[in-house]
Design a binder for this molecule. Sequence first.
Ligand code: HEM
Length: 426
Amino acid sequence: MAIASPAVSGEHPPVLDGFDLTDHARFATGFPHDVFARLRREAPVLWHPPGQTADQEGFWVFSRYSDIRTAAADPTFSSQGGGGRAGGGTHIDDLQTGVHAGVLLNMLDDPRHELIKHLAQPPVTRPTVEQRIPEIRELARDLVTRALASGTCDFQPDVSAPYAISTIALILGAPREDWPDLLTWAQAVAGFDDRESGKVNDQAAATAYAIYEYSQKLVAAKQAAEPAADLMSVMSRQDIPSGHGESPLSEYERHAFFCFLLLAGSEAPRNAMAAGMLALARHPEQWQALCQDRSLIPTAIEEMLRWSSPTPYNRRTTTRDVDFAGAQIKAGQKVTLWWASANRDESVFSNPGTFDIRRSPNPHLAFGDGTHFCLGDQLGRLEIRLLLEEMLDRVAEIRVDGDVTWAPSNKHTVTLHMPVQLVPAG
Ligand code: HEM
């Protein structure tokens, strides 16, 4: 098996057949599963040339399930940065250290990462989020009622996005009167980029700043109020325990936590629900099976997650020279872990290109793996379940009613527009 050398970084490897993984426009027809099937077979550890990256630097692409799991658990591959680089983070292009990298929970290394994650966990454990079922169900019911009343809807902006954003606002403990602003802001941005164009523009930057300003107000309000169990009350008032050699949380870290969670806690769930519902709409026999047998819901949720893989990849930075699966990876080089590819790995999933709500076992990596495994997996699963239940109660059939369009983004797999007709049950 050929491992391309960084020495030929300018050449586009033939195995990619002209597909540039840094060209967001190439993702506008959905995730390129055929490209990755070939990579898994022929070049599972590939050196990708700089393409359209801002810093004009190449990077490694890991596409096999086993390699991705190994790297995700290995501190050699940092989420923060390292290997002598100035920037870091989990996007292919470097993010600024001290602003995103080294601050946001997913772009921070242990031990600080683990200590902060431990602080943030209690408000998002399964028993804790299940206490909010009545409120989350009401959000789902209300949106399904509205969609049914109008007959047709654009599932992402009309249902899955407002549902996911409101749910994370609830869990974060943002006052209800602020939700309209949070909905507007989180609708506009996808990881600080414009959703429709996939590019950072003035409006996206202004929105990111509005979220940041709001986070300052919210943290101050939580610090002035009585302690509560919601996520931002905990993250505004509590601190890293002493004795671990880590400095206390800075105010900026508390603010940045809110900004990150508003987006991380809504972007992936909204996209998983939209793409998952699209799969159910395109497999009406599986929707009917679910309608008749609710015991299939747990495996259906896992399959919706595997199938949609809303976070296609996360990047790491190599902290020391390492030999990985036969490739000589240098300190400071970027490595990308493609969860969406792992989730179609033929050596783990039989018929990986088949959507099957009965699939079991289903050890997908949609929530990532290892050190940075998703903080909100239980909340994400609960959201999908409650929306599914509300729809199964009242929708006989989901009919795709127009062209489905995908965001030009390699960072989030987004069904931007998904016109559907919901046929009422009974
Ligand atoms: C369908 C739903 C979701 C999916 C598919 C998803 C996906 C992911 C993935 C792939 C990662 C790994 C990032 C990496 O390794 O660099 C991650 C991390 C994370 N997610 Fe989620 N996520 C979902 C829902 C949520 C929700 C609802 C929250 C809000 C609580 C959340 C908060 C986080 C946080 C804070 C991290 C960073 C964890 C760490 O660094 O240890 N996610 N998520």
